[in-house]
Design a protein around this ligand. Structure first.
Ligand SMILES: [Zn+2]
Ligand SMILES: [Zn+2]
Length: 258
């Protein structure tokens, strides 16, 4: 059995945004329904232990809410701050506990991380995730996706070795080419990043799908279930958005079994 727990469902700024007094940010401060930490996913697997996707600046808070002191395996989608800002703290924790951390990321992502923080490799063992790896009974593979004006990120596809069950984590992408969309075929679950409901800005200034585009993508690939994450303060979870059946917004701490 594998459990997925949404520890972070926010965009790069999180919700509330520190400078912002909009209705959603105000609500997040008051009652927490829209409070969103930077995107990350906890995967509890009976064979692989705790796998964690991305290590943003809220990593230590997220570990506290999971009541964990560390993770067994970290997967990293790309080297933007909202996805790696917690690595320095994790490396320090690994130093104190004398247990070297284990992180998988595509080689070019490892290169970018170590260019900026070369000392991390003293305490974290970065292994290349260019080829598929086995995590318990899950075969995990990575592929490069467009991240709009922010360059590129990677998405991950998980396929179970013994039963027919496939799912994808793709938090930071936009304008996927036909080729980049191929791993979205035959999915039981798609976890997709959508920062806004409808992002009105010029396409070349954007970096993540909006909800309306996600609906189009899902119509095409028909995953059995879609969960939207990486949401900005534009998304108000108190509102009904009339999402298609089998599509929902992730909520902080939400847990599902796959
Ligand atoms: Zn991001
Ligand atoms: Zn706001």
């Amino acid at each position: 059995m594998t459990k997925l727990i949404f520890r972070g469902t926010g965009d790069s700024m999180g919700v509330p945004r520190v400078y912002c007094d909009c209705e959603v940010c105000a609500e997040a401060r008051a009652t927490n329904e829209n409070r969103r930490l930077r995107s990350s996913l906890q995967i509890e697997d009976q064979d692989a232990g705790t796998i964690w996707i991305d290590c943003g600046p809220d990593f230590s808070k997220q570990l506290e809410s999971a009541d964990l002191r560390s993770v067994d395996t970290l997967l990293i989608t790309h080297a933007h701050f909202d996805h790696i800002g917690g690595l320095v703290e994790w490396a320090d924790a690994c130093r104190w506990t004398k247990q070297k951390g284990k992180a998988f990321a595509p080689s070019e992502v490892i290169g970018e991380i170590l260019d900026r923080f070369p000392w991390l490799s003293n305490h974290i063992d970065f292994q290349s995730f260019d080829q598929p790896i086995m995590l318990g009974k899950w075969r995990a593979s990575s592929w490069r996706v467009n991240h709009g004006k922010n360059g590129y990120a990677y998405a991950f596809r998980f396929e179970h070795a013994e039963k027919s069950c496939n799912w994808v984590y793709c938090s930071d992408s936009i304008g996927l080419t036909v080729e980049m969309q191929q791993p979205l075929a035959d999915l039981d679950l798609l976890v997709l990043g959508t920062s806004f409901y409808h992002e009105p800005f010029a396409y070349e200034t954007r970096s993540v799908y909006d909800v309306l585009e996600a609906i189009e993508l899902v119509k095409l690939w028909e995953p059995k279930r879609t969960i939207l994450t990486h949401m900005s303060h534009d998304i108000d979870l108190r509102r009904g958005y009339d999402l298609p059946e089998q599509m929902e917004f992730a909520r902080t701490g939400m847990s599902i079994t796959i």
